[in-house]
Design a binder for this molecule. Structure first.
Ligand code: AMP
Length: 400
């Protein structure tokens, strides 16, 4: 079914076409009619499935003309808030609707200006929005469409009490949409409290990683992780690569060493200033940096088109984070590779990931790499791989 049959307004359809979208993605096909009908919605979908447009297009269509502040989108991180605001702005470029983005780590000047000029939609992180509410620069009494995006991450980050305070200030009745990759009990509670008779849309398996991604595990001894990473980068035919570390210090250390090796590296984690985070992300998006080293929280939900590879320098502690990390590659219709370096102590974490995603991930040993002994290498024979993949890029694995 084409976009034109989903009941969106002509101006929004123009925006969709100008964005280069020809067909709706599965979540868009199912969610847009629900949101257009005014019903509450719980959406659980794989990352990179076109979730933002699934709520943004019907919201823009239903708002129609510039007026009062009537829609609020809550996001867990500044980067996501900025990304979603940009998407909404793009989709609504042929309307006269206005969007403001509010997040912390930066001054109030520009945000106050956007609010004074009059916004129809606010995209915000919870903390900064509450600050604005306390200062009296934002009132939510006319909010008729509320989106709680990445709800499970807001839970992980301890934002649920803030989210509740915000939801309490939105008017009733209203339409509420909640998106979450997983629905743990706390989010189920929140749904019961904040939503009314919601329609639930689940696209694919809740736990499944993007289907376009191929996975591989690289066992190594702990003192050779960096060396193996550098070798992987040397042998991999990547466009852009995102490397995940468990800690901020770890990310800094890895980035420093890669920089010394001559890579153009950006770093993204919560200890960096807003300006540094923006510089890193913009530089990565524009291709100035070929490698970005990040922690989970900073990179959640980021959409960078050219990411061909995600490398887990550290195995994530939560299996959900594995799915989110690799959701950074293989977004929408493209393909990607997810490479995970692991050491002896990660074995239980790897097993948990494999259980969570419901598939065994192949172990790969690099030919010609001077491995020190690790039992992980003895436990399994080296698997043999063949074949490449689409889009003309050679599979990194096919060459080994
Ligand atoms: P999201 O899951 O909202 O972060 O979207 C992931 C990526 O898919 C973004 O780069 C969008 O621009 C892209 N996208 C969203 N909807 C479509 C569509 N219908 N056709 C092609 N690409 C899309």
């Amino acid at each position: 079914m084409p976009f034109s049959k989903l009941g969106l307004s002509p101006k929004v359809l123009e925006g969709v076409h100008a964005s280069g979208y020809t067909d709706p993605t599965p979540i868009q096909l199912r969610a847009i009619p629900v949101v257009m009908s005014g019903r509450d919605l719980i959406g659980s979908a794989q990352t990179g499935t076109g979730k933002t447009a699934a709520f943004a297009l019907p919201i823009l269509s239903r708002l129609g003309q510039h007026g009062a502040l009537r829609s609020l989108v809550l996001e867990p991180t500044r980067e996501l808030a900025a990304q979603v605001e940009t998407a909404i702005h793009d989709y609504g470029r042929f309307t006269n609707l206005r969007t403001a983005v509010l997040y912390g780590g930066t001054g109030y000047g520009r945000q106050n200006q956007a609010l004074t000029q009059g916004a129809d939609i606010i995209v915000a992180t919870p903390g900064r929005l509450l600050d604005h509410m306390q200062r009296g620069t934002v009132r939510l009494n006319l909010i008729e469409m509320l989106v709680l995006d990445e709800a499970d991450r807001m839970l992980d980050m301890g934002f649920l009490p803030d989210v509740r305070r915000i939801v309490e200030r939105c008017r009733r009745p209203r339409q509420t949409m909640l998106f979450s990759a997983t629905i743990p009990p706390e989010i189920e509670q929140l749904c019961k409290w904040a939503l009314r008779d919601p329609e639930t849309i689940e696209i694919g398996q809740r736990r499944a990683p993007a289907e376009t991604v191929t996975h591989a595990l690289y066992p190594v001894s702990s003192d050779q992780k960096q060396e193996l990473l550098e070798e992987l980068l040397r042998r991999t035919d990547y466009d852009q690569v995102l490397i995940f570390c468990r800690t901020k210090h770890g990310a800094d250390r890895v980035a420093r060493k890669l920089h010394r090796e001559g890579h153009a590296v950006a770093v993204l984690h919560a200890n960096r200033t807003q300006r540094e985070r923006e510089e890193a992300l913009n530089g990565f998006r524009s291709g100035r940096y070929e490698v970005m080293v990040a922690t989970d929280i900073a990179a959640r939900g980021l959409d960078v088109e050219q990411i061909s590879h995600v490398i887990n320098f550290d195995v994530p502690h939560h299996p959900e984070d594995y799915v989110h990390r690799i959701g950074r590659t293989g977004r929408a219709q493209s393909v990607g590779d997810a490479l995970t370096i692991f050491i002896g102590e990660d074995v239980p974490l790897v097993a948990a990931i494999e259980r969570f995603i419901g598939q065994k991930i192949p172990r790969v040993k690099l030919d010609g790499f001077a491995y020190k002994f690790t039992r992980l290498l003895e436990d399994r024979p080296t698997p043999i791989f063949g074949g490449g993949r689409s889009r003309g890029r050679r599979s990194s694995r096919g060459r080994w």
